[in-house]
Design a protein around this ligand. Sequence first.
Ligand code: G1P
Length: 292
Amino acid sequence: MKVCKAVFPAAGLGTRFLPATKAQPKEMLPLVDKPIIQYGVEEALAAGCDQIIMVTGRGKTAIEDHFDTSFELERILEEKKKTDLLKVVRQISDMIHLAYVRQKEALGLGHAVLTARELVGNEPFAVLLADDVIDAETPVLKQMMRVFEQVQCSVVATQIVEGAAISAYGVLDVKPVEGHFGGRLYEVLNMVEKPKFEDAPSNLAIIGRYILTPAIFDILTKTGTGAGGELQLTDGLRGLLKKEKMYAYVYEGRRHDTGDKLGFLKATVEFALKREDLGGPLREYLRGLKLD
Ligand code: G1P
């Protein structure tokens, strides 16, 4: 079974970034010069998904416009012979087949995934949380596809999170799978959404990349509200575990939580430092700052 569809829950209100997100979606905030969500979409494409499903809500039309053809802009760039920029702009709209579905109320991540049910159908699919931008030599979803090809069960991305910060995540209880994927693969035994530090079953946090079997949909319809009064994907996955095996994969890459202000700033600096056109001058500027 091949994974062709990638779901992007993007209906959140972005309250952590107010007032910047009052009139624009948080997914459109730029990391250097590219909206956050485009990093995720490019990752999904690189992993072989050619159908992108965005779960949006009120006030998210900028996302649709971003991935659409911009006739006027393209014409102006053409007339001004700005071929490099024209290429950048066209690449985005030529990229993919996109479908949008509206999540009318922000009822949780599990609910967002369930909203995509009709567009996904009865096939395995990926879920990417665009806030988690992961800088990796091999895109993380592609790493996970390799695992899925072998195990043919749901796979979640995971990373070690030390200390009390673990309480901000879904947390896994696992057992190692020896001899596969260089010790990076675990079988999932249980999971809990945002536990207290003392109740966390391990220090392995779920990170926003999932490959799921379609059995999750039925289970989500029967899952009650959980942490924060929302329908949690983690609770649905725990239900799925009762029916199917599931694996967790410790990906290779550097993750930035761009849903957090400090995480966003760090990602901006690190991505800019890697850029050919900006890295040098930015490094010089940073060196010149009197930090004490
Ligand atoms: C969501 C999930 C959580 C996961 C996290 C990863 O939480 O509910 O299980 O660990 O994404 O970023 P959120 O960050 O949306 O509160």
